[in-house]
Design a protein around this ligand. Structure first.
Ligand code: KIV
Length: 275
């Protein structure tokens, strides 16, 4: 009998060690968000390296304006749905706002709940020096931690806008310092969101762990996008960094319109579609 999850299965699961090796050999890491079983299954089967159960679920799935309202219970629900779908990807879960800031015991408790109740492989936290103690406690408990610097959406009311961060020297220097602190604290990777490309490239060259960029140019060790944005499901969100790989909103709209027409005209169901 196999005692390790990937033993005996043909699919080789992605691990933090493999992600580190990818940085070492210059192979880019591809990461996308997912929040439910059906989407996660498609994304995993397509060969994605990392799935992020992002607190962007608060925007994308629940229609909130910010990521702040989503709860730990809701994140665990999304994460467990994703975990049931995957056989290869490394699954990371955002610890939501209010479940780790300023209290390392709470941070550890939230991480343990996520790992135990969802079966995910690691957690992500926003911030640098100010959450160092929390990161260290979570890492010491054996949980892989991904950092997140630059535009950190859980602090949106402090920033005031979603514009590019760290354009000024002082903020850029703090970001580089924070990246080094997160690395020293044991993070296995760091998301860099909406920062100048030159800065992201510099940070990526100065730390040994992988950086995953979103709106951070091509010099990071990997890229992440929100799945619903890159599939063209969220139509109103059009930042410069976003490349759309499909136009699913229009495809779905056409399909639904077609269904309505067929029902109204008695074309659906036909004899072949009936018992
Ligand atoms: O919640 C999320 O989707 C994220 C990504 C934008 C990195 O944190």
């Amino acid at each position: 009998m196999s005692v390790h999850p990937s033993e005996g299965s043909k699919v080789k699961r992605v691990t933090t060690h493999q992600l580190q090796m990818m940085k070492t050999r210059g192979e880019k890491i591809a990461m996308l968000t997912a929040y439910d079983y059906s989407m996660a299954r498609i994304v995993d089967e397509a060969g994605i390296d990392v799935i992020l159960v992002g607190d962007s679920a608060s925007n994308v799935m629940a229609g909130h304006e910010t990521t702040l309202p989503i709860t730990l219970d809701q994140m665990i629900y999304h994460a467990s749905s994703v975990v049931r779908a995957i056989s290869r990807a490394f699954v990371i879960v955002d610890i939501p706002f209010g479940s780790y800031q300023g209290n390392s015991s709470e941070a550890l408790k939230s991480s343990i709940r996520i790992m135990k109740e969802s079966g995910a492989h690691g957690v992500k936290v926003e911030g640098g020096e100010e959450i160092q103690q929390s990161v260290e406690r979570i890492v010491n408990a054996g949980v892989p931690v991904m950092g997140h610097l630059g535009l950190t959406p859980q602090s949106i009311y402090q920033f005031g806008t979603y514009t590019v961060r760290a354009k000024e020297k002082a903020e850029a220097e703090k970001l580089l310092r924070d990246a080094k602190i997160l690395e020293e604290s044991g993070c296995f990777a760091i998301v860099l969101e909406k920062v100048p490309a030159d800065l992201a490239k510099e940070v990526s060259s100065q730390i040994n762990i992988p950086t995953i960029g979103i709106g951070a140019g091509g010099g990071t060790d990997g890229q992440v996008l929100v799945l619903h944005d890159m599939l063209g499901i969220t139509k109103d969100f059009q930042p410069r960094f976003l490349r759309r790989y499909a136009d699913l909103a229009n495809i779905m709209n056409d399909a639904v319109g077609h269904f309505i027409k067929d029902v109204k005209s008695n074309d659906f169901p036909n004899e072949d579609e009936s018992y």
